[in-house]
Design a protein around this ligand. Structure first.
Ligand SMILES: Nc1ncnc2c1ncn2[C@@H]1O[C@H](COP(=O)(O)OP(=O)(O)OP(=O)(O)O)[C@@H](O)[C@H]1O
Length: 450
């Protein structure tokens, strides 16, 4: 493999202009996933695409790689709009995507075979790529004989062997244990820094903030439902980067604050729910404000930890303390904010009066408090209570709510939303759910919570 000269910075390799992607669900509904995204990947840079689960990161990556076509907007490679697979891109997948019946060498050669490279050259280039990524001696091994980290090395070798203009990596380290991930990440950065990796740019999809700050020259933060570019940050830190420096931590905090900024919608919903009686209310709908996927137990746990830490903490510190990934912590934060139990300001979270009251309450009181907050502030729970209260017999089939939710959510996500609402409604004794016949029934006195 040839050593790539240090690329000229500034030339755009891949560009997206107003890329919108809408999927059609099996029952014919439109699911908007990306909304008018414009971005670029230039020569000489590593770009990280960061966002919560479901924000559309993989969908954007696949549009940029030409694996799927946008519903609107264009993707271009070196100025030419794509009409098929992007010829300048090679991909590394989270799941490694190796063929189990082929050896390491054959798996790596596969990309070259697809490009019509002659056998002898194929063999030599594959051996060089395998060597570069530290798999020397394993050419004849089958994937099942390798550890996860080694399998992903094969995935990287298979992408590098074609010497692509841009290396795209979709959560390449998230299926690996922490140490293996750290090791492979470090080696890939080393190859990049030493200009040994035969690529001119890297785009990495991740939901891990520290990973983005460790690797990227630029971080694009995606918001969810539908995915939009929420912020773009330049990471000016010298490499190799040290997680323990104040600058590194400050940047992680900043990104954390941006990601949690999604809770503005929830805060707006909470404010709308608090508007004085008779005042015009902007009604938050279950579509505009989805329920975060958390159990009441998890939420109570977060509040108790916050009480123990004096009612306030930095989100990054809290995640660290709990050894959580951001994806685990943020839904809890979303839920606490949505229910008015906590506030976020930038990278910090603070308990509200209601949050303190809830955390200190005995089980009966905590159920009553939860019922009131959920019925007033969680739009789907509120909608269910209102609909049941307005129905003769105060019961409805779940299909009624699932149909409404499917207007905007995928079938799976609609089910998930209803399951969360049922979990919350049951805890607060607002309504009951019979899984056998899919029937929701209002609990006596539940309307009082509205
Ligand atoms: N082919 C498809 N058909 C219908 N919906 C899809 C399809 N592909 C993705 N989606 C939906 O698009 C949304 C975004 O998915 P995507 O995988 O791009 O998000 P992501 O940010 O990469 O998430 P994660 O971090 O969990 O991988 C999800 O709601 C998903 O269910």
């Amino acid at each position: 493999m040839t050593t790539t000269p240090s690329p000229e910075p500034g030339t755009t390799i891949v560009r997206a202009e107003a890329v919108t992607k809408t999927f059609t669900t099996p029952d014919g509904r439109e699911l908007p996933v990306l909304d008018a995204i414009s971005m670029r990947v230039d020569e000489g840079e590593i770009v990280a695409l960061l966002g919560k689960s479901g924000s559309g990161k993989s969908t954007l990556l696949r549009c940029l790689a030409g694996l799927i076509a946008p519903s609107a907007g264009t993707v271009s490679y070196r100025g030419t709009p794509l009409t098929a697979t992007n010829p300048g891109v090679a991909m590394v997948f989270q799941s490694f995507a190796l063929l189990p019946w082929l050896t390491v060498q054959q798996n790596v050669e596969l990309s070259l075979q697809a490009r019509g490279v002659a056998e002898e050259e194929r063999r030599e280039r594959a051996l060089r790529a395998i060597d570069l990524i530290g798999l020397d001696g394993f050419e004849g091994a089958y994937p099942k004989e390798l550890s996860g980290g080694m399998r992903q090395r094969v995935g990287v070798a298979r992408a590098l062997v074609v010497e692509p203009d841009a290396l795209f990596m979709d959560e390449p380290f998230s299926a690996l244990d922490v140490l293996t991930a750290e090791n492979l990440r470090g080696e890939i950065v080393g190859l990049w820094e030493g200009h040994e990796a035969p690529v001119r740019s890297v785009l990495i999809v991740t939901h891990n903030i520290e990973e983005a700050v460790l690797l990227a020259d630029r971080i694009l933060v995606l918001s969810s439902n539908p995915g939009r570019i929420r912020a773009e940050l330049t990471v000016g830190l010298p490499r190799p980067r040290d997680r323990r420096t104040a600058q590194f931590e400050a940047l992680v905090d900043t990104v954390y604050g941006i990601l949690t900024g999604r809770e503005e919608a929830a805060q707006a919903a909470a404010a709308a729910a608090q508007a004085p009686a008779g005042a015009p209310r902007s009604v938050a709908t279950p579509i505009a404000v989805p329920l975060p996927e958390v159990s009441v137990g998890g939420l109570a746990g977060l509040l108790e930890i916050l009480v123990a830490r004096g009612g306030e903490d930095g989100l990054a510190e809290l995640a660290d303390e709990l050894s959580f990934e951001i994806d685990d912590l943020l839904p809890l934060v979303d839920a606490a904010v949505l229910l008015g139990l906590a506030r976020t300001a930038g990278p910090r979270i603070t308990l509200t009066e209601q949050g303190r009251e809830f955390a200190a309450a005995d089980i009966l009181t905590s159920k009553q408090l939860f019922a009131r907050h959920a019925a007033r502030r969680a739009p789907l729970v509120r909608a269910i209570v209102q609909a049941l209260a307005a129905t003769e017999g105060q019961r409805l089939r779940e299909g009624f709510f699932l149909d409404l939710l499917r207007r905007r959510y995928s079938v799976d996500e609609a089910r998930r939303q209803l399951d969360i609402a049922v979990d919350w409604g049951r805890y607060g004794e607002l309504f009951d759910y019979d899984a056998d016949d899919g029937l929701l029934t209002l609990e006596p006195g539940a309307e009082a919570a509205l």
